[in-house]
Design a protein around this ligand. Structure first.
Ligand code: ZN
Length: 201
């Protein structure tokens, strides 16, 4: 079984699904130790982290890596309160739609919350505005990557946390990212196991 788990929106069943998935791996840390990844910096992931901080700490102490991939242009400004849980629906594409069209950033974590995660887990980059390269021409793709890089490298997150891992937005592999992101040591994408395919709920 592939050793990298991909999670977007945490649900009731997420903690037990993670534990079931982890149980399929050998106990001791090794190069193939499992890695749990969370994409998009959703505020619900922060709440999940707070609720299961003990579990996160135990995983990390036993050699399991946890990485939160953040799009640096999708970080909630301090003055915007986070979305309330009752308003919180369960599909992350909807949040991007909202964010792009309404500048609605309340679904995302603030920098302070991300920094709080970084005291226990790892923080990786996930583009700036999470641009979908799929429908773009070659020239448009290069322009988009250029602006994504500019956004990531000028972000406060990059200054403070200096991430060394990157996850391709929408899992769309692009070699230009790989060439230009010189300080990035690890790239993540479609090779991961989607937690939603493990146990439908
Ligand atoms: Zn994403």
């Amino acid at each position: 079984m592939k050793n990298i788990l991909m999670i977007h929106e945490p649900r009731e069943s997420t903690i037990s699904n993670i534990n079931t998935w982890l149980a399929s791996f050998p106990f001791s840390p090794s190069p193939s130790s499992p890695i749990i990844t969370f994409d998009d910096g959703l505020y619900s992931q922060y709440l999940f982290f707070k609720k299961y901080k003990k579990e996160f700490t135990t995983w990390i102490q036993s050699g399991i890596r946890v990485i939160f991939f953040i799009s640096t242009g999708l970080i909630r400004p301090k003055e915007i309160p986070p979305v309330s849980l009752t308003k919180h629906s369960s599909y992350c594409q909807e949040k991007f739609f909202k964010s792009f069209n309404k500048k609605d950033l309340d679904y995302f974590m603030s920098l302070d919350e991300i920094i709080e995660l970084s005291t226990i887990a790892e923080i990786g980059l996930h583009g700036h505005y999470h641009i979908n390269l799929n429908k773009l021409s070659k020239i448009e793709t290069l322009k988009a990557i250029h602006s994504e890089l500019k956004g990531m490298y000028s972000s406060e997150l990059h200054k403070v946390l200096k991430p060394t891992s990157f996850c391709f937005p929408y899992n769309i592999y692009n070699n230009t990212y790989k060439i230009l992101l010189k300080d990035i040591k690890e790239f993540y994408g479609a090779e991961r196991v989607n937690i939603d395919t493990l146990n439908k709920d």
